[in-house]
Design a protein around this ligand. Structure first.
Ligand SMILES: Cc1cc2nc3c(=O)[nH]c(=O)nc-3n(C[C@H](O)[C@H](O)[C@H](O)COP(=O)(O)OP(=O)(O)OC[C@H]3O[C@@H](n4cnc5c(N)ncnc54)[C@H](O)[C@@H]3O)c2cc1C
Length: 394
């Protein structure tokens, strides 16, 4: 059991982090590591109850924008050492990511992406369809136009990562309150002064909004308008099978992704263009649909016919917090000292979270500029200086 508090909140804190998902816990851990005393994490439900506990656990540095590549690559390095750093098994496994397409029109962008990733030190290679069978022997490559593969990509177990960070936070003196909702963020004269919660107020000069799909709603409490919208994404897990699949396979053509967990289950999902976009938490709908199960099964069998007859054991849904360019929104906002956000991961916050937390904590504590945080600031949408990442799948 992790000793999380459901008691009265303290009257003051040096920093309040809203959200007990991977991003809130990474940020709190890194803030405490940099010496901040009395860091408080507030989670309205339980640890990992948001998107983090519903995610596929995939981690890849195969992106088309430098910021995403670097954040993911640096996070991969952290995942490699995470069990030691946190003193907790996070089940990180580097089976690689095989990213496939059936369309010739994607090939030029894939080759450009490989070149960009290689220039950042990520060892991705371009593969002809037949070469994919070297990595996944039973893959049906008959319709493929090409693929890319990076052996350093992998998967980790989202709940273990979350629990590992929570325990490490507590060791550093961070207080984590569950079943404690933030009802207002309070400011005075352009400075953050604290939060109101359903267990009482906390005065604090720093508030970090890590509320995932609820981050837009949180930001609005202090007049910050985030462009994020929220989408339901579904995922499923099968019965356990003997190990047969090393990498995560993802398709740029139809948005399916699937991997095999260490327990032998196939874990996978597929994006659905018919899903509505929401901006009001009252609209969020995380019910499961038969439509997903059918679409996923058909897409899986088209790439992996040997999966016919495998039983789906469970499916569930969660929310993506999506920005206009599918990249996170990081940093603060001019004119509101002490307010920070780490949100808008557009379905990829588990893989980008560790390094994002580290960079954001250093930026908050030291005040030093950070090139990635600057490029991913909210103001990029006003200035039009935004480049969408092209390889958003799921
Ligand atoms: C089906 C699915 C598959 C995915 N697969 C992957 C993947 O393979 N790889 C990857 O990198 N990412 C994946 N993602 C995305 C990933 O899950 C998210 O980007 C990431 O978990 C976001 O973490 P977070 O900490 O920012 O937000 P969350 O985990 O959502 O945490 C936010 C927390 O804030 C809390 N909160 C909200 N409002 C309040 C309030 N008022 N007061 C206090 N607490 C509050 C919520 O309860 C929640 O626990 C997937 C997502 C889904 C839905």
């Amino acid at each position: 059991m992790i000793p999380l508090s459901t008691g009265p909140v303290p009257a003051t804190a040096e920093a309040v982090v809203i959200g007990g998902g991977v991003n809130g816990l990474c940020a709190a851990y890194e803030l405490a590591k940099l010496g901040l005393k009395r860091v408080v994490v507030l989670e309205k439900n339980y640890i990992g109850s948001g998107s983090t506990g519903r995610c596929g656990g995939g981690i890849r540095a195969q992106w088309t924008t430098t910021e995403n590549i670097r954040l993911a690559q640096e996070s991969v390095r952290m995942y490699e050492n995470m069990a030691t750093e946190l003193g907790y098994q996070v089940f990180f496994r580097q089976g690689g990511y095989l990213m496939v397409t059936e369309e010739e029109k994607h090939l030029a962008a894939m080759r450009d992406a490989v070149a960009l990733q290689n220039s950042c030190g990520v060892p991705t290679e371009f593969l002809q369809p037949q070469e994919c069978r070297r990595i996944v022997p039973d893959l049906d490559v008959s319709r493929l136009a090409g693929a890319t593969f990076c052996p350093e990509d992998g998967t980790a177990y989202p709940f273990a990562v979350t629990w590992g960070y929570a325990r490490a936070c507590l060791r550093l003196g961070v207080s984590i309150f569950i079943r404690t909702g933030v009802t207002a963020i309070v400011s005075d004269g352009g400075r953050i002064t604290g939060v109101q919660t359903d267990r009482g107020p906390i005065a604090a000069p720093v508030v970090v909004n890590c509320a995932g799909p609820w981050s837009r709603h949180m930001a609005a409490m202090v007049g910050v308008a985030l462009p994020n919208r929220q989408e339901r994404h579904e995922i499923m897990v099968s019965e356990s099978l003997k190990p047969f699949l090393e990498p995560m396979v993802i398709s740029i053509t139809n948005g399916i992704y699937f991997s095999q967990s260490m327990r032998g289950e196939i874990v996978g999902g597929i994006g659905d263009p018919a899903e509505p976009h929401w901006t009001d938490p009252g609209q969020f709908d995380t019910r499961s649909q038969l439509r997903f199960a059918v679409r996923f099964a058909k897409a899986l069998l088209a790439y992996y016919p040997r999966a016919a007859g495998v039983r789906m054991m469970r499916q569930w849904a969660g929310m993506y917090d999506v920005t206009p360019d599918h990249r996170p929104i990081l940093g603060g906002v001019p004119g509101l000292e002490g307010y920070w956000h780490i949100c808008g991961f557009s379905g990829h916050g588990f893989m980008l979270g560790p390094m994002t937390g580290k960079r954001m904590a250093k930026h908050i504590v030291s005040g030093e500029p950070d090139d990635i945080i600057s490029s991913l600031s909210l103001s990029r949408f006003d200035s039009g200086e935004t480049v969408a990442d092209a390889f958003v799948v799921g």
